[in-house]
Design a protein around this ligand. Structure first.
Ligand SMILES: NC(=O)c1ccc[n+]([C@@H]2O[C@H](COP(=O)([O-])OP(=O)(O)OC[C@H]3O[C@@H](n4cnc5c(N)ncnc54)[C@H](OP(=O)(O)O)[C@@H]3O)[C@@H](O)[C@H]2O)c1
Length: 301
């Protein structure tokens, strides 16, 4: 029987990806959107948006009440809140929710060499395992894999390109391909999942705005800034070793470098989605985007 998803509740709507998801949900006149936000949240929402406040510990019965009457729960909770989603899943099943979209929004969901390198994402895998175990209750799930948020990561330096001083750290040759997605396309993909519930049920949904290389990004940055960029070349295996040492001593700031090495390094860790996964862009009706246009828009906005 065809499922129709009309009412959705979004958790983390004021966050990095939550803001983009909220904007895309609001653009769809057929969806009724509610936001679930902690009582002590700093996020502010436009007055027309229905917001339910919840205790910061997300108590089970408050979650059940909030989820009653909702067809879908979308979690865009911060990474450190991954475990809290266990309560959300229990509450969603109890409330009769049809579709749960957990806070994944990451890289290759299946590549063992990426998983081995980034054990800190194991908590997200536990959430997927829990969702799988709940499929028999009638609640389905979809997890979105967009790769790194390209525009967001280019602006804030997390992609290893420093816009302020025109410097970049290049891993190995900088010629490996990797998939990346803009925040706005990520938001649209979430709406696409809700519009295609059968085709997206109980699986990872894989998208990209484009596949590119670090050197292609440098070339576009040089074109649009009109400056020669200063490139610092590193060996991904050295960075991985150093980052793992730092992490073993409790310095989790090194996780960013580990993620960069996973994505950019010359060893194939599944970062170029189309080489080992089926892309869902067309099914979701996502727009075509080009690297140059996105780089230009980041530099001018
Ligand atoms: N692919 C990528 O490049 C990429 C980049 C960043 C994140 N992600 C993924 O996207 C998902 C969401 O991450 P995000 O960066 O968008 O999250 P975020 O901005 O850090 O936080 C999202 C929301 O989480 C809620 N929250 C609940 N407990 C919190 C706590 N203790 N501290 C702070 N916020 C808390 C807040 O909503 P209220 O204040 O309304 O309660 C907050 O606005 C994660 O799964 C993350 O791994 C992917």
């Amino acid at each position: 029987m065809a499922q129709h998803i009309r009412s959705v509740i979004l958790i983390g709507a004021g966050g990095n990806v939550g803001t983009a998801i909220l904007s895309a949900l609001e653009d769809d006149p057929l969806l009724t959107v509610t936001v679930l936000s902690r009582e002590n949240s700093q996020s502010a929402f436009a007055s027309h948006i229905k917001v339910i406040d919840i205790h910061p510990d997300y108590p089970l019965q408050e979650l059940v009440q909030a989820f009653k009457g909702q067809d879908a729960v979308i979690s865009a909770i911060t990474s450190s809140g991954t475990g809290v989603q266990k309560l959300m899943i229990t509450a969603a099943v109890e409330a009769g929710v049809k579709r749960f979209i957990p806070a994944e929004f990451g890289g290759s969901p299946t590549h063992p060499r990426a998983r081995d390198l980034l054990p800190m994402f194991g908590a997200q895998e536990d959430i997927i395992d829990l969702l799988r175990s709940q499929q028999s209750t009638g609640m389905s799930w979809s997890a979105l894999a967009p790769g790194p948020f390209f525009d967001w990561g280019l602006r804030n330096g997390l992609l290893a390109f420093d816009l302020a001083v025109q410097k970049a750290v290049i891993y190995d040759s900088g010629a490996s391909c990797w998939s990346a997605t803009t925040l706005s396309t990520t938001g649209r993909a979430v709406v696409g999942i809700l519009k295609n519930p059968e085709k997206t049920a109980n699986r990872h949904v894989v998208i990209q705005s484009f596949s590119t290389t670090q050197m292609d990004v440098v070339s576009e940055l040089e074109r649009y800034t009109g400056k020669k960029w200063d490139l610092q070349q590193v060996r991904s295996e050295d960075v991985i070793k150093q980052a793992q040492e730092q992490i073993s001593k409790g310095d989790y700031s090194a996780v960013v470098k580990l993620i960069q090495a996973t994505i950019y390094g010359s060893e194939d860790r599944g970062s170029d989605f189309a080489t080992h996964l089926n892309l869902d862009n067309d099914m979701l009706g996502l727009p075509k985007e080009s690297l140059g246009e996105v780089v230009s828009s980041v530099l001018t906005s």
